[in-house]
Structure formats: structure tokens, C-alpha cells
Ligand binder design. Structure first.
Ligand SMILES: [Zn+2]
Length: 201
């Protein structure tokens, strides 16, 4: 993807996440792949509603900084996902309130209570807690790297996608499903044959 265009799209997605209350203040970090070996990621410590295209930091997949600015402290788990998943072109990590409520309770997200959950998210693992920015957290996220979406214990949520729009949509859906789960309480999953049918779609 053209770097200029990628910078604009990433700033747009950050603003959308912020405006939709999917992240607050400087929380979270978002990235997009611009070619096989390079990504753009949000800078460290900045409010996600106020980022400009030129604020995004360019890194190669070895973590070398190739532009102005200081990358997010969590850039290493982004890099791990890009290295292990060639089809991943965008990663969104943030702290949406309802996902974070489940994360603090260490209560797994149930993706099988509506068709959209099955179709857009699939199985959502819980990443065990490690200190933000640590090598242990990078390893824990990589262990769940097969998933479209993850809840991170005591921390927040993460999604990946083939495009920024797909990663964004998965985060919006994840937060919706978390909210729904907290509202409906102990409801049954969709019937097993219906889940199987949806999974085959
Ligand atoms: Zn975080």
C-alpha cells in the first residue's frame, strides 16, 4: 500500500476508534502494513483522536525505526503478528470498556450467541496477563496469533485483519458482543447445527 495513503487511512481509523469510544485518551495502538517488510504504527503516548497522518511511525519487521517519532511501546506484538501471518495487513489494539470489563473479570468472550459473532469473530481466546510492553506479553499474544480477535486479561482487546477496515470492524463487533454478553447474562448459545452452518458460510 502507498505510504502516503496508508498514513491517512491509519489516522482515520484512529479517529474513528476514538470517536466511537472504542479507546480513550492515549490508550491502545494501531498499525498497518505498507509492504512485505514495513509497517506504520501509532506513536507512543498520544491521544488517538488527535493524530495526524505524519505522526505515524515507520518500522521494519525487525523493529528498526525508519522515520521520525517514537513507536508505541507495544509495537513488538504487532510485529510478531505480521511476521507469523502474511495475510495480516492491519492490527488494532485498544481498551474498549465492555471488552475490558470481561478482561478484568477474566471472563471469556462468547462468540456464539448471535450469527454476527460466529461470522465476524469466530473463537476469541483470552490472552493471559503480562506487563504491557514486556516480552512475555509479546509471546502470549503470538500464542493466540491464529485468532481474528482476542481479549487480553486485565488489559483490553486486539484484532487483526487483511485490511484496516476489517481489523476495525472486528474490534467494533467484539465490543458489541462484549456489551451484549454483559447485558443478556446467562443465555444459551445458538444451536450447534446452526453454528456449524454459519461456520461453513
Ligand atoms: Zn493496551
Amino acid at each position: 500500500m502507498n505510504e502516503f495513503y496508508a498514513r491517512e487511512r491509519l489516522a482515520e481509523v484512529c479517529k474513528l476508534l476514538y470517536d466511537r469510544n472504542l479507546t480513550v485518551s492515549a490508550g491502545g495502538n494501531m498499525s498497518v502494513r505498507i509492504n512485505e517488510g514495513e509497517i506504520l504504527i501509532t506513536p507512543s503516548g498520544r491521544n488517538k483522536g488527535m493524530l495526524e497522518p505524519e505522526d505515524m511511525v515507520k518500522l521494519n519487521l525487525d523493529g528498526e525505526v525508519l522515520s521520525e517519532g517514537r513507536p508505541s511501546i507495544e509495537h513488538r506484538f504487532h510485529l510478531a503478528l505480521y511476521r507469523m501471518n502474511p495475510e495480516t495487513n492491519a492490527v488494532v489494539h485498544c481498551h474498549p470498556l465492555n471488552c475490558t470489563a470481561l478482561a478484568v473479570r477474566n471472563e471469556g468472550l462468547r462468540c456464539n450467541i448471535t450469527p454476527e459473532g460466529v461470522l465476524l469473530l469466530g473463537k476469541v481466546p483470552m490472552v493471559p496477563y503480562s506487563t504491557p510492553g514486556s516480552e512475555e506479553l509479546v509471546d502470549a499474544v503470538a500464542e493466540c496469533g491464529w485468532a481474528k480477535a482476542m481479549i487480553m486479561a486485565r488489559h483490553g482487546a486486539l484484532t487483526q485483519g487483511r485490511t484496516l477496515e476489517e481489523a476495525y470492524n472486528r474490534m467494533e463487533e467484539l465490543e458489541f458482543q462484549a456489551r451484549l454478553q454483559l447485558l443478556v447474562g446467562n443465555v444459551e448459545d445458538l444451536p450447534a447445527d446452526e453454528i456449524a452452518k454459519l461456520e461453513g458460510m
